[in-house]
Structure formats: C-alpha cells, structure tokens
Design a protein around this ligand. Structure first.
Ligand SMILES: NC(=O)c1ccc[n+]([C@@H]2O[C@H](COP(=O)([O-])OP(=O)(O)OC[C@H]3O[C@@H](n4cnc5c(N)ncnc54)[C@H](OP(=O)(O)O)[C@@H]3O)[C@@H](O)[C@H]2O)c1
Length: 334
C-alpha cells in the first residue's frame, strides 16, 4: 500500500457536526499491535450517535466512527495473529474513542481481535455485526435461563432495527413463536418473511401503562428499546419468564414496581456486547458462524441487508439515527 487510505471523518465545526470522506495515512492511526485492512463494516445505532456528535459515545472529534470491522491482517506484533489472517473486531473502544471501522484500515490491540469463523465470509460476518451479535447474545441468554418454545410467544421490540430483525430470525429458526413489535406500519410483510408469526404496533406496548400488572402474555422478550416500553413489558411476562434487555432507543430510564419480580418471578437480564471478555465473544461468533447460520441465511440477507459504499455512508447514518431504516447496512470498504 502507498500509506494512504479512505475513511469517514466526523468533525465539529462552527456550523455543527460535519461528515466527510477523507484521505488518511497509516501514521494517523492510533498505536496498536495489529494493523487490519478493513474489507467490510456495518452500521449500528451507536455509530449513528457517534457520527452525529454524541459526546456520551465519542468524547473527542475529529473522529472516525465504526464499532465493527472485518478484514485481513496487514501486520501484527502478536505472533499468534498472522499476516493474511481474516479477523473481526467489534466493541471495546473501536469506533468510540479509537479510530473505527468506517475506514480502509484500523490498528487495534491484539486483545480485541476475533478469529473469523471459517464458514462466514467477511461480508457475511458484517451482516450480523454488533447488532446481530447482540441479538445472538439476547437469544442465548434466554436459552440459558431455560426459555423454550413450548412456554409461549416471545416478543421482540424495535423489530425492524438491526438487533431486532436478527433476533426475530434467530428465534424463529429455533422454533419459537415470535411476535414482532414495530413502529413502522408498512413492514409486516418483511417481518413475517424473516420469521415473525405476528406483528403488532409499537403503540400497543404502552397500553395500560398505569396498571400495576397486566395480563401475562409473553414467555420472554428481547427488548432493544428500553424506556417506558420496557417498564410495561415486564408487567406482561408470564410466570417465570425473562426479558433480555440490550437497548435504549426509547429511553435509558424506566419505571417499574417489584410486582413482576415477586408475583411472577420474572427475570430482567442485562446484555452487553461491548466489554464482554474476548473468549466469550469468540464463542458466540463461532456459534453464529456455524449452527446459527441457518439454511435460510441467504434469503434473510437478501431481504434485510443493503450493501453500501463509504460514499453512501452519511445517508445511511442519518437513516439509522432517525430510525427510518429496516434491517442492516453493510459497508464495503475493500
Ligand atoms: N447492549 C449492547 O451491547 C448493545 C449492542 C448493540 C446495540 N445496542 C442497543 O440496542 C438498540 C438497538 O440497536 P440497533 O443497532 O438495532 O438500532 P437500530 O437499527 O437503529 O434499531 C432500533 C429500532 O428501534 C425502533 N425505534 C426507533 N426509535 C424508537 C423509539 N423512539 N421508541 C421505540 N422504538 C424505537 C425502530 O424499530 P421499529 O420501527 O421496528 O419499532 C428502530 O429500527 C440501541 O439502543 C443500541 O444502542 C446495545
């Protein structure tokens, strides 16, 4: 390589936050053990926050967001990570305050590097990305506490979003009855095509919010939105059921009482994909790249993924920030 490459750069200016595709140099990257030539990244909600100047995600600008990167090792000071190896990086500080995956190169600590599962291409790994990985964690968390298809329907909120749509597909493929909740009236056909048995409006999840408890409906839920929705879902979980909580697009605070927990033994299970130990991340990626790459993966990808270039990224980031997108954007950099 000639030492320069292309990247998205987000800057604070007198006119507000600006995004531009710029030329950067390898020397501009932070110090690290492993230099990776990035072939693909993906767009997550956190990227949209970072790219819009959200200081809770990124403290200092100019900055290159991108919490996901899939690519090939260009150089490595860690002997176990070989030049030419295909690898993934997600979470930790990538794309937050460390120059991220919306760039043709990243340099990261060896302790962040995940071996790409053999059966997943770099592009298909980014079909999942952090969003799909988090959906897998949510489903795995529910399975680990004993939730099974015979216990009743599982609710997925924010169902057309990145985490939500992968959760719908994963649950369906494991035999669950899946109820998808969405704020988008025109997406019932898509959600049913990827595995939802039925689709409900986001607004119904806020009904009877003043009651201490509601009729027990859901065996479990994957909640990607948080806020008042989460507070109300807890009141509708069946006896002994569980909610995997991973997101906050509807708000980071919610109100609840002890009733769901002490009257129905409901479990509220937190899911974090960012600081998870590397060996656990690797195990979940291996599962996604093997027995959880179900036979209809190609159909799921075709329906839910838009492959975009670096130049198309600013529009995609705006779409995700506004919550108007469906499914996943995969960014081709190589
Ligand atoms: N814990 C972790 O490790 C982890 C990892 C990844 C993501 N997350 C979090 O999980 C959440 C979802 O991430 P994502 O990448 O899937 O985001 P996303 O693609 O933007 O999807 C979010 C979805 O939520 C729904 N939504 C949007 N605004 C809403 C509102 N005001 N109230 C209720 N629902 C709303 C929309 O779906 P509908 O129109 O279909 O309702 C939207 O598509 C984010 O908060 C993200 O930060 C956490």
């Amino acid at each position: 390589m000639n030492g320069t490459f292309r990247a998205l750069r987000v800057s604070e200016t007198a006119n507000g936050v600006e995004q531009a595709i710029v030329e950067r140099s390898i020397d501009d990257l932070p110090a690290g053990d492993v230099l990776i030539r990035v072939s693909h990244s993906s767009v997550n909600y956190k990227d949209a926050l970072s790219a819009s100047g959200n200081k809770a995600v990124t403290r200092q600008y100019p900055h290159t967001p991108g919490i996901d990167a899939a690519g090939v090792v260009e150089s490595s000071s860690e002997p176990s990570i070989r030049v030419g190896e295909e690898v993934l990086v997600m979470g930790y500080d990538l794309g937050m305050n460390t120059s991220g995956g919306f760039s043709q190169y990243v340099r990261v600590p060896a302790s962040w590097v995940i071996r790409k599962p053999a059966r997943l291409s770099l592009e298909n790994a980014m079909v999942f990305g952090t969003a799909g990985f988090t959906a897998a964690m949510c489903v795995d968390t529910l399975l680990q506490v004993g939730i099974s298809p015979d216990q009743g329907p599982v609710l997925v909120t924010g169902a057309t979003g990145g985490v939500g749509i992968v959760a719908v597909w994963l649950l369906h493929n494991q035999g669950f009855e899946v109820v998808a909740a969405t704020g988008k009236s025109g997406q019932e056909e898509l959600l049913k095509a990827v595995g939802a048995d039925s689709v409900i409006s986001r607004a119904t999840l806020l009904e009877n919010a003043n009651r201490p408890m509601n009729r027990p409906v859901w065996a479990a839920a994957v909640d990607t939105v948080g806020g008042d929705v989460l507070g109300n879902i807890l009141k509708s979980i069946r006896y002994g059921g569980s909610v995997a909580c991973c997101g906050m697009v509807a708000g980071h605070e919610f109100t609840t009482s002890v009733f769901p927990f002490i009257l129905r033994g409901v479990n509220l299970l937190g899911v974090d994909s960012v600081e998870l130990p590397l060996d656990v991340k690797q195990d979940i990626w291996n599962m996604l790249g093997d027995k959880w790459t179900f036979d209809d993966f190609a159909d799921f990808k075709q329906r839910t993924v838009k492959l975009i270039s670096l130049d198309e990224l600013p529009a995609a980031l705006a779409d995700v920030l506004q919550g108007t997108h469906c499914g996943r954007y995969v960014v081709k950099l190589g």
